[in-house]
Design a protein around this ligand. Structure first.
Ligand SMILES: Nc1ncnc2c1ncn2[C@@H]1O[C@H](COP(=O)(O)OP(=O)(O)OP(=O)(O)O)[C@@H](O)[C@H]1O
Length: 252
């Protein structure tokens, strides 16, 4: 038997409650190393709760949660320290990761360059666009050299064009660095563009209703992909599944 590495993320029978509200229940989720998994679903179906549980911010009241490698988190809002520069925000994360002071500025600049912000390290958040701020937030998450990146609707507050650029860049970044990604969105298009696998959640309580594999995910060229028939058909299918799950018709 060949050695098979255990999955990076393994949830079994997970339930999370907020007081009387059961946010998610009976969730099994396995994410192997290097896979890009997307959680999609209507509002309130427990996407954020699941991501926060994987991040360790929520505790499951039933079931088991195993996260086997280091995680970094990117939220919907960049949440930068406004009094620090872009470089300072990333340097702060490097400091928390134990990087010596003398190395932080250069390492921060290298990370900012990696997210397309070369030369902008001296700017404060009000001098950056929303997309640029979110790039800083990604660079900050990368500072801890995560093997698993948890992303909660990171592009939903951005305009369409900026969102497309960042989607393409995160797709490439994850592939280049072989980072495992668990990504939350309510956009079927974003799910099909980014994920190797898309899990559709149903609400009340949140649970996995359907799983969709994305056959063209490892294609290097994403140019024109969004308008190709294979892509638009799968996007429409995921859209249907999200609607059915929200109406209580889909089953795993
Ligand atoms: N702190 C909280 N206290 C009480 N109930 C909560 C809390 N956070 C979430 N919930 C409830 O848990 C359920 C799942 O919420 P969650 O935010 O995980 O859903 P979501 O799919 O991420 O929604 P959205 O797409 O709107 O962000 C919802 O019914 C929500 O009202």
């Amino acid at each position: 038997m060949p050695d098979v590495a255990p999955p990076d993320i393994e949830l079994r029978g997970v339930r999370v409650e907020y007081g009387p509200v059961t946010a998610v229940d009976g969730v099994d989720l396995t994410v192997p190393a290097g896979e890009f998994t997307v959680l999609v679903g209507a509002s309130g179906c427990g996407k954020t709760t699941l991501l926060r549980t994987v991040a360790g911010f929520e505790i499951a009241t039933a079931g088991s949660v195993e996260v086997r490698r280091r995680t970094g988190v990117v939220f919907q809002q960049p949440r930068l320290f406004p009094w620090r520069t872009a470089r300072g925000n990333v340097a702060y994360a490097l400091a928390r990761h134990g990087v010596p002071r003398s190395e932080r500025a250069a390492r921060a600049d290298a990370l900012l360059e990696r997210v397309g912000l070369a030369g902008l390290g001296g700017r404060r958040s009000w001098e950056l666009s929303g997309g640029q701020q979110q790039r800083v937030a990604i660079a900050r998450a990368l500072a801890a050299e995560p093997q698993i990146l948890l992303m909660d609707e990171p592009f939903s507050a951005l305009d369409a064009l900026t969102r497309e650029h960042l989607q393409d860049e995160v797709r490439a970044l994850a592939a280049d660095t072989r980072t495992t990604v668990l990504f939350v969105t309510h956009s079927a298009e974003e799910a099909v563009l980014l994920g190797h696998r898309v899990l559709v959640l149903a609400p009340a309580p949140g649970r996995v209703a359907a799983e969709v594999h994305v056959p063209f995910r490892d294609r290097a060229d994403t140019e024109g992909l969004r308008t190709e028939p294979e892509f638009t058909a799968l996007r429409a299918r995921v859209d249907d599944l999200v609607r059915q799950a929200a109406d209580g018709h889909a089953t795993a």
